[in-house]
Design a protein. Structure first.
Length: 353
């Protein structure tokens, strides 16, 4: 299945196809024609898929090599980026050559950043292998690395030449990683797609969702595409994708490193903000019940022992999305539609109480 992302300066296809990875060389040939390719991945993904991908690329007309970083968020750093620039230079890559990001959101953000800055940008494909990356991070052209001061502090807007999604790669993903993606899927459906929501309601559990992964991923890609086409540079509707995230991020930080996953933080954030919005009459009544049921069905939390209001508020005010004493929050009108509401930062306390 193919979807085209159409932007003023650059259009590209998202291809979703089970088994695509085995013939990635042929797929890549339909999209671009660099000679040299560097595949950037992490060591887990390298073990699982590195050889297969290199073989297929080299069986096509590419001259491909691979470099694998340590798995995990700490690889999204300027230091790791620097080692990748060196590697690209050692391989003799020039602006007519290409990079493939093979992995989850970490690899996608890091490799995207490197590809868009090395020699002021070379060709670049996203090949996402986690559910989160397939439904969210590989689409839309945001790249970034973290610094010691903040997550995603340094980055670019750089659209890839294409996104190649093989849902079969999800078969090797740990369950808790699958849930990371499901939190984003619930978010996407809640803010923009009642039809997808209804489909999710029909599913029994995570396993059932993976059986139908191709359709679900495609639905999420359509949502992300629409938002990105309307607001490539994140000044307007793209903010809707932050539903549950402002509180979620703060909670992830205050709970302590590794205590809550991103997906858990987002699930808790969505549930809480929606509950308060419903109590305030800003969201259609009954929405929280629907949302909570969906979150719990996929084994994500709606309550936590780590809820410390003061600390969460403190963390929120340090978030980079806080500007000029106001904060943008995302509220559901009802399941399937959302709005951006600007409130004074102090008022945020009401939404975390
Ligand atoms: P990740 O990239 O760390 O991957 C999670 C783990 O799964 C890693 O250990 C990885 O090695 C492993 N893995 C990957 N594919 C696998 C597979 N098929 N089988 C088995 N194991 C596999 O994490 P993530 O959740 O994919 O991405 C999180 C990152 O995405 C964060 O850094 C976040 O900031 C970023 N992000 C970016 C955007 C964007 O628009 N650019 C949007 C959302 C999130
Ligand atoms: Zn997220």
């Amino acid at each position: 299945m193919k979807l085209t992302v159409t932007l003023p300066n650059h259009s590209y296809d998202l291809t979703i196809e089970k088994g695509l990875l085995s013939s990635i060389g042929e797929w890549a040939e339909t999209l671009w024609n660099p000679q040299k390719i560097v595949v950037i991945t992490d060591k887990n993904v390298e073990k699982l898929y590195g050889e297969k991908v290199l073989e297929s690329l080299n069986a096509s007309h590419f001259e491909a090599t691979l470099i694998a970083v340590e798995p995990g968020e700490q690889s999204k750093s300027l230091m790791v980026a620097a080692t990748l620039y060196d590697y690209l230079a050692e391989q003799g890559l020039t602006r007519s050559d290409g990079v493939i990001a093979l992995g989850g959101g970490v690899v996608g953000d890091l490799a995207g950043f490197v590809a868009s800055t090395y020699m002021r940008g070379l060709h670049f494909l996203q090949v996402p292998t986690t559910l989160l990356a397939q439904v969210d991070s590989s689409i839309g052209g945001k790249t970034a690395v973290n610094t010691s001061k903040a997550k995603n502090l340094v980055g670019t807007f750089a659209q890839p030449d294409g996104v190649l999604i093989d849902p079969l790669t999800l078969n090797t993903l740990e369950k808790r990683r699958v849930r990371e993606g499901i939190a984003e899927i619930i978010k996407s459906a809640a803010i923009a797609d009642k039809q997808l929501w209804n489909r999710l309601e029909e599913l029994a559990n995570e396993k059932d969702l993976l059986t139908h992964s191709e359709d679900i991923i495609a639905a999420c890609c359509r949502i992300k595409r629409k938002v990105v086409e309307e607001d490539e540079l994140d000044n307007g509707v793209r903010l809707l994708l932050n539903f549950g995230h402002t509180i979620g991020h703060a909670l992830e930080n205050t709970a302590g490193y590794g205590v809550l996953t991103h997906g858990e933080g987002v699930a808790l954030g969505m549930s809480k903000i929606n509950q308060v919005a419903e109590e305030k009459g800003q969201t259609k009544s009954g929405t929280t019940e629907e949302l909570n049921q969906m979150i719990q069905k996929f084994n994500l939390p709606i309550t936590t022992d780590h809820w410390k209001e003061d600390e969460i508020f403190e963390a929120l005010t340090h978030d980079k999305k806080t500007r000029g004493g106001n904060i943008n929050i995302i509220l559901l009108e009802e399941i399937g539609t959302a709005k951006i509401v600007k409130i004074p930062i102090e008022e945020m306390k009401e939404y975390i109480n």
